[in-house]
Design a protein. Structure first.
Ligand code: AMP
Length: 271
């Protein structure tokens, strides 16, 4: 991958990288479109990264559908797909990890020990393998994007991190590869996340600024949903991911499926 990327860049072409774990959907396609608009070359990576899954998490059953991905990418304008194997990414004996502290510690960092270390390790390896000018991440995983930005800055990766808006289903549910786990009743219950974010944005627009009150709005809606179990619901600063702030962040289990979502309450919720 690196030789091709260096050839492109030697010709003065800008390279945009879209890192994914496959099971592609319209959220991923929106990142690809943004990369297409802003670069000459678009590279998509597909790698289900074992390092970012905890021992009790869903690595083994994470949806993998290469034929579906190839079909979707056929309709998108992509110059190269980088699909490294686990052995190429982590050859026997590999033992180095990239660890970000601070922004990586609360919320997802606390709920999923080792998760962000897995993410920053693989993303730094992807940056080394592709040497992109720009890399594209989704606001859907807002803390991940902030952690990657911190890492790129701290390790002097010469890459611009671009964060693209969350793509949602018509009823507001944020697209996610994990939505495929939801049964029909759970799928209905999953609307509670976007619905809670919408209600909190309305409360904010009506003048509510007290973090505890905004949290109550979020939790009130989520707890009204019998299939939902709240892991966290907070309103935090979008840079540090600690209170106070305007970014409402949620992690909720619907049955066995863990979903996350977020919304900046100072903005209209248009999902
Ligand atoms: P994943 O394949 O789930 O690791 O996601 C790859 C990239 O797509 C990450 O930067 C995600 O934040 C982004 N992404 C996932 N879902 C969405 C969505 N609904 N809208 C926009 N970006 C998304």
């Amino acid at each position: 991958m690196l030789a091709a990327s260096r050839r492109w860049r030697a010709q003065g072409l800008k390279v945009g990288l879209v890192p994914t774990m496959g099971a592609l959907h319209a959220g991923h396609l929106s990142l690809i479109e943004a990369a297409r608009t802003e670069n000459d070359i678009v590279v998509v990576s597909i790698f289900v990264n074992p390092l970012q899954f905890g021992p009790a998490e869903d690595f083994a059953r994470y949806p993998r559908d290469p034929a579906h991905d190839t079909g979707l990418l056929g309709g998108a304008s992509v110059d190269a797909v980088y699909r490294p194997s686990v052995e190429v990414m982590y050859p026997p004996g590999s033992s180095t990890r990239v660890h970000v502290s601070g922004v990586a510690d609360p919320l997802e960092g606390a709920a999923r020990p080792g998760h962000f270390e897995g993410v920053t390790t693989v993303v730094s390896k992807l940056f080394t393998a592709v040497e992109p000018d720009r890399a594209y991440f989704g606001q859907k995983d807002a803390q991940q994007a902030a952690v990657v930005k911190r890492m790129a800055r701290d390790l002097d990766f010469p890459v611009e991190i671009r964060v693209c808006p969350t793509v949602r289903e018509p009823d507001g549910l944020a697209l996610s590869s994990r939505n495929a786990y939801l049964g029909p009743e759970e799928r209905l219950a999953a609307r509670s996340l976007s619905s809670a974010l919408r209600l909190a944005a309305l409360a904010y627009a009506a003048g509510e600024r007290r973090p505890e009150e905004l949290r109550k709005v979020l939790c009130g809606r989520l707890e009204a949903e019998p299939l939902a179990r709240v892991e966290y619901a907070q309103v935090v600063d979008p840079e540090t991911f600690t209170p106070p702030g305007t970014l409402a962040v949620l992690a909720v289990r619907i049955g066995k499926t863990r979903l996350i979502d977020n919304h900046d309450l100072s903005q209209v919720f248009s999902g």
